[in-house]
Design a protein around this ligand. Structure first.
Ligand code: S3P
Length: 447
């Protein structure tokens, strides 16, 4: 998929009326990437429903096709994939363009490390700034070679090896992408690949590998965190995969509904993996009435329906160990904090600096530019709540970051003066129907 370079600004004004109704958000981005990758690595055929058809996931689909698998769209969110089998992917003829998608780039690096051919990988202006050493350094120990631009950035060449050595690695940063890259390289290595994570991160890779028939050992460590191992080479067998709604996407609607007076919203079929739902807990800590109904297991992941009602938001102090379970939700939770009563502290946000934008700085600029007082203390963010009176009137620079763009649009709905968002186009990477869904709830975005 090509990235159009045309930007699209949006001005958002205060919304006088409540958000109401019942919606479904699109499929989980993390699970969708993995579904396509693992189906491509499986022998036989897989059938995926609920797949997110955002641009990031479509980059993964294209890459798997370029590597010889056959992902095919049958209907909206419904895909059929003919897999190649572990070690059987074939050398791509052209450069693999991962667009804006860090998950595609990091996870695929792991897969390509243990395939004996050359690949060249690049991405858009945002992805080319993001650190790849976190995967290339450990993956080089398999015997694969990575030639990156200076500083370990894309574009890079990957010279994979069919005789990959299994790795034993302790994650220096809490990153599900790095954990997954190492486990994926291990699928085609001879021996036990073992990753230790001091803080537990999202475990969709582990869950889905098990679903595809791979024996994955997970040991809970006494101090928290986990040790995960797989013995390669493995065989994955084609499966049916049902992708739940994305809790990260749902959080935008939840925060908007929590802040806009009189709102009452239901979001059906949302993924409730406890390693993803930190933001839901934080909203409850802030005093919001958020209920989970119809909890059930679907496709190996917990799902449920979320019902939220507007209420008074109070400040919270969120510890650093909570970050991995809500790492993508800080931009929108910062808007909630700015709207709340009192001083919110989000602690230990160093990883936010290496997301689609430097989100730490982008959040600070977004809020300060709209009259909210924000203090920085090392990697902690201190947001002085306005008790429902965010001044607004600013221009938000979104830096090719979808989550910043959505957060800024919601800031505009609750700010006193209109908020300008410089570019909303990147929302298509994770949430292509964001504006239609918000408008279905009554947001009145003028797009
Ligand atoms: C993801 C992991 C997280 C998250 C990203 C998706 C994944 O990144 O921010 O949006 O699917 O594994 P890190 O692993 O860098 O924390």
């Amino acid at each position: 998929m090509t990235n159009s370079s045309a930007t699209k600004p949006l001005t958002v004004s205060f919304l006088q009326s409540p958000l109401q109704g019942k919606i479904k958000v699109p499929g989980d981005k993390s699970i969708s990437h993995r579904a396509l990758m693992f189906a491509a690595l499986a022998t036989g055929e897989s059938h995926i429903t609920g797949l997110l058809e955002g641009e990031d996931v479509m980059q993964t689909a294209q890459a798997m096709q370029a590597l010889g698998a056959k992902p095919q769209r049958i209907a909206e969110g419904e895909w059929h994939v003919i897999g190649k089998g572990i070690g059987q992917l074939t050398e791509p003829e052209d450069v693999l363009n991962m667009g804006n998608s860090g998950t595609s780039a990091r996870l695929l690096s792991g897969i390509l490390a243990s395939h004996g051919f050359l690949s060249i990988m690049t991405g858009d202006g945002s992805l080319r700034k993001r650190p790849m050493k976190r995967v290339t350094v450990p993956l080089s120990e398999t015997g694969a070679r990575f030639e990156t631009r200076e500083g370990g950035k894309l574009p890079m060449a990957i010279i994979g090896t069919a005789k990959a050595k299994p790795l034993e690695y302790c994650l220096p940063v809490a990153s599900a992408q790095v954990k997954s890259a190492i486990l994926l390289a291990g699928l085609n290595a001879h021996g036990i690949t073992c990753v230790e994570e001091p803080v537990a991160t999202r475990d969709h890779t582990e869950n889905m590998l098990s679903h595809f028939g791979v024996e994955v050992h997970v040991e809970n460590l006494p101090k928290g965190g986990k040790k995960i191992s797989v013995k390669g080479p493995v065989t994955l067998t084609g499966k049916d995969i049902k992708v739940p709604g994305d809790p990260s996407s749902a959080t935008f609607m939840l925060v908007a509904a929590a802040m806009i007076k009189g709102s009452d919203v239901c979001i059906e079929n949302v993924g409730l993996n406890p390693l993803r739902t930190g933001a839901f807990e934080v909203l409850k800590w802030m005093g919001i009435d958020l209920q989970i109904l119809n909890e059930r297991i679907e496709g190996g992941e917990p799902v449920g329906d979320l019902v939220i009602k507007a209420g008074e938001l109070k400040a919270v102090d969120v510890p650093p160990e909570h970050a991995p379970s809500m790492i993508d939700e800080y931009p929108i939770l910062s808007v909630a904090a700015a709207f709340a009563h009192g001083k919110t502290i989000f602690r230990g946000l160093e990883e936010l600096r290496v997301k689609e934008s430097d989100r730490f700085t982008s959040i600070v600029e977004m809020l300060r530019g709209n009259g909210v007082q924000v203090d920085i203390d090392g990697d902690d963010l201190i947001i002085h709540g306005t008790a429902g009176n965010i001044p607004g009137g600013g221009l938000v620079a979104t830096h090719m970051d979808h989550r910043l763009a959505m957060s800024a649009s919601i800031l505009g709905l609750v700010a006193q003066k209109p908020v300008k968002v410089d570019d909303i186009t990147f929302i298509r990477t994770s949430f292509p129907n964001y504006f239609p869904l918000m408008n279905a709830l009554g947001a009145k975005f003028d797009i």
